[in-house]
Design a protein around this ligand. Structure first.
Ligand code: AMP
Ligand code: ZN
Length: 113
């Protein structure tokens, strides 16, 4: 989508700190990290949110989930992590292109705030 921030990052129109890329996804450092390691994992296909995922996106989502561990290692996470996808208003989603926050490098708290 032409007016989507993450589509522009994927296309290289907006600079980012790349961690990993393949045909399905682009992973880059969050500009406002909430943990020592904070990576955004973004499907290259523009899907607005988890709410907008269709059954035909299942294989893509599965391949992305199967890559998370490898991306965590590349990003330097060695002791576990949290994967979060904010959805909608109460989920506090601010960018309407599906993304997964990969957070690590410190103990996480539970429940989240
Ligand atoms: P969310 O609030 O769950 O939609 O997450 C959006 C995330 O995108 C936030 O954590 C922002 O810090 C991050 N973000 C916004 N703009 C950029 C950017 N240009 N480069 C990297 N991360 C960004
Ligand atoms: Zn997009």
């Amino acid at each position: 989508m032409s007016d989507c921030l993450f589509c522009k990052i994927i296309e290289g129109e907006i600079p980012s700190s790349k961690v990993y890329e393949d045909g399905d996804l682009y992973a880059f450092r969050d500009i406002e990290p909430q943990a020592p390691v904070h990576v955004l994992i973004v499907p290259k296909k523009h899907i607005a949110s988890l709410d907008d995922c269709k059954p035909e996106d299942g294989a893509l989502l599965g391949r992305i989930m199967a890559k998370v561990g490898e991306i965590a290692k590349i990003a330097g996470i060695t002791n576990g992590y949290r994967l979060v996808s904010n959805c909608g208003e109460d989920g506090f989603q601010t960018v309407e292109h599906l993304h997964f926050h990969l957070l690590g490098g410190r103990p996480m708290t539970w429940p989240p705030g």
